[in-house]
Design a protein around this ligand. Structure first.
Ligand code: 13P
Length: 259
């Protein structure tokens, strides 16, 4: 762990605005009683919760940034059901998850659209969290390294250098997402090494590399201590304030020891 840890809670399509307020308030209480010192924290609620969650973060001055789970790369126009970067910016969003596997797989988000979305996000000055990761069949065919390298090259190749500091990468193998079967520390280390190697060809600096896939309060400490990681992208375990805070503190403690 070389840079400050970064932990992002991806709430996916969970929690209406009242439930979202409740979780944000609970998170606020836990973080006030037991603050994290070194870790950057982001929560990415559904679009419809952004305003209410953002108002609690502001009112309580919580050290938590607001993220979005997706965005359309177009500026405006006839894109029924979509949301633009400037709309998110007006709500105080600073981070956007780009190319999550659920968008790629279930909503036909192509590599080209992932690359365009990433550019729309960073050109607006927001942080982009690029998601990469292989399906089980790809891993079983022993093609996971070349698959993930190709995803990185496709999304980040040719990106203007001034935008490089706005990029983070989350390695999220599809077989570990929501399954309760996390990648082992060894698998995570191997893939974070691969990701860092490809990023060194593509970007200046050392972007944060996160892992996502069944991260929880029990496995976060082992994963962050024994893999070369800068943090986590957390799904299910970010929906409970206690488990999300335990993951934050696992990263915080690890950074305090290692730096
Ligand atoms: P889970 O933590 O629920 O496996 O989800 C991971 C994920 O997809 C985060 O973006």
């Amino acid at each position: 762990m070389s840079v400050r840890p970064l932990v992002i809670g991806n709430w996916k399509m969970n929690l209406d605005f009242v439930e979202a307020l409740h979780l944000t308030q609970q998170l606020g209480v836990l973080l006030k009683n037991h603050p994290v010192e070194h870790t950057d924290v982001v929560i990415a609620p559904p679009f419809v919760d952004l305003r209410s969650v953002g108002s609690i973060l502001d009112a309580e001055r919580l050290p938590v940034a607001l993220g979005a789970q997706h965005v359309n790369p177009q500026e405006n126009g006839a894109h029924t059901g979509e949301v633009s970067v400037s709309m998110l910016q007006r709500l105080g969003v600073e981070w956007v998850i780009v190319g999550h596997s659920e968008r790629r797989t279930n909503y036909a988000m192509s590599d080209e659209v992932v690359a365009a979305t990433l550019r729309a996000v960073v050109r607006a000055g927001l942080h982009a969290v690029l998601c990469v990761g292989e399906a089980l069949s790809v891993r079983e065919a022993d093609e996971h390294e070349s698959f993930v390298a190709a995803q990185l090259r496709s999304a980040l190749g040719g990106l203007e250098e001034r935008f490089h500091p706005l990029v983070s990468v989350a390695y999220e193998p599809l077989w570990a997402i929501g399954t309760g079967v996390n990648a082992t520390a060894e698998q995570v280390s191997q893939m974070s090494g691969l990701v860092r190697g490809v990023l060194a060809e593509l970007l200046a600096g050392a972007p944060p590399v996160l892992y996502g896939g069944s991260v929880n309060a029990e496995n976060a400490g082992t994963l962050v201590r024994s893999s070369d990681l800068d943090g986590f992208l957390v799904g299910g375990a970010s929906l409970k304030a206690e488990s999300f805070c335990a993951i934050l503190h696992a990263c915080d403690d690890c950074y305090a020891i290692k730096r």
